[in-house]
Design a protein around this ligand. Structure first.
Ligand SMILES: NC(=O)c1ccc[n+]([C@@H]2O[C@H](COP(=O)([O-])OP(=O)(O)OC[C@H]3O[C@@H](n4cnc5c(N)ncnc54)[C@H](O)[C@@H]3O)[C@@H](O)[C@H]2O)c1
Length: 358
């Protein structure tokens, strides 16, 4: 029986950037990495880009597909080109607004960069608007596909440390780096919803990452509905946890480290850690390509990709519930009701003051 070849997909990029470290780069130029993933899929062609910077757009098109059209207004691009796949590689405060503007044109899928947005109600809205228009929304929590993390999940699922009891994590901040760590916690725990969050933030050493304010120090404790407990330490002295992620099971522990060797395992009774070499770091761009491949395969199959916004919303809810818990000085029971961002509200009212390092 002949197999059906999947149709060629027209890709549009919103926000081109310049690759990290190159002259004039304002960030990481994530659009270039998305495009590499689309190209590797063998079934996508770049149809158009939209960017306020003509220079960035021209360089992008010259590198990836000189015949692609250039727009400064993404709505005009959507109207003229009608792409099947749209990548949104803008800074976080623009994510929900632009995704909400793209969805009515009904591309088949939108892949938006993380974190979802800087306001919780905006995150919920971008998810619901895409649902309403029948558009698959994916958020680039690509670390689910990095080999050390995927292998940790396979070891856990294979019973290497028995039933999962606890997750600990540590990284630079809550919403930029934290969205990845929190998403990994949900990944390890089978995307089980969380029940409550208790958190605190300190604005000393606050940072602006891709324009978004992050607290300089904090902690977020939460409980999943299946009883697994999690603690995420962020910012100031976070590395003292000793690992990016620690999975504690009934029969041992798995750790994902900040540096090579990236993954190690110790079963109860084992004197030494056992290093598991996957041949890849936790930062490899292969994860982005695998995430895109999974997203496109799920688009054909009508299944839920790992990057689906319904999964991303769970980690995102922990971020905003942590801010809300700091505001209430108490535990926040989930689901978190729609609201903007308690941290930004407290900064606006003067209740909190951000102290950025010089
Ligand atoms: N998934 C990851 O591991 C990862 C890593 C780094 C960055 N990111 C995320 O990627 C997102 C984009 O970051 P980046 O580093 O690629 O940014 P960047 O600064 O490299 O590129 C942003 C581009 O957007 C353009 N732009 C700005 N406003 C626009 C508008 N209104 N319409 C059209 N174009 C506009 C700019 O001219 C620029 O070309 C951020 O949300 C960031 O958090 C994700």
């Amino acid at each position: 029986m002949a197999t059906r070849t999947p149709p060629l997909l027209k890709v549009a990029m919103i926000g081109c950037g310049k690759p990290r470290g190159t002259e004039g780069a304002t960030g990481f130029g994530m659009a270039h990495r998305h495009m590499a993933g689309y190209t590797r899929s063998g079934r996508c062609t770049l149809a158009a880009v939209a960017d306020l910077s003509r220079e960035n757009a021209e360089a992008f098109v010259a590198q990836h597909h000189p015949a692609a059209a250039i727009f400064s207004d993404y709505r005009k691009m959507m109207r003229a080109v009608r792409p099947d796949v749209v990548s949104v590689c803008l800074w976080p405060h623009l994510h929900a607004r632009v995704v909400g503007g793209v969805a009515p044109f009904q591309p088949r899928v939108i892949l938006c960069e993380k974190p979802m947005d800087i306001h919780w109600d905006a995150c919920l809205r971008m998810h619901r608007t895409c649902r309403k228009h029948g558009v698959l929304l994916a958020i680039n929590h690509q670390r689910r596909f990095n080999l050390p993390l995927a292998k940790a999940k396979a070891l856990l699922d294979g019973g290497a440390i028995g039933g999962l009891r606890r997750l600990d994590g540590a990284w630079h901040n809550l919403s930029d780096a934290g969205t990845h760590v929190l998403d990994m916690m949900f990944f390890f725990n089978g995307d089980t919803p969380a029940e409550w969050v208790l958190g605190q933030i300190d604005m000393r050493g606050a940072t602006k990452v891709f324009g978004a304010i992050n607290a300089g120090h904090g902690i977020s404790e939460f409980r999943f509905q299946n009883g697994v407990r999690a603690v995420y330490h962020f910012g100031h002295q976070h590395a003292e946890l000793g690992c990016l992620l620690r999975l504690t099971g009934e029969g041992g522990m798995i750790e994902i480290l900040f540096d090579a060797p990236w993954l190690r395992l110790r079963r109860h009774g084992q004197a030494e850690w056992e290093v598991v070499d996957t041949g890849e770091s936790i930062h490899d761009d292969q994860a982005i390509y695998r995430g895109i491949a999974d997203m496109l395969a799920c688009l054909d199959a009508g299944t839920v990709p790992q990057l689906a916004s319904e999964r991303a919303l769970r980690a995102t809810e922990i971020i905003f519930a942590t801010h809300e818990s700091a505001r209430r000085r108490g535990r926040v029971d989930l689901p978190l009701r729609a609201g903007k961002c308690a941290m930004l509200a407290m900064l606006a009212s003067g209740e909190l003051k951000a102290e950025f390092p010089d």
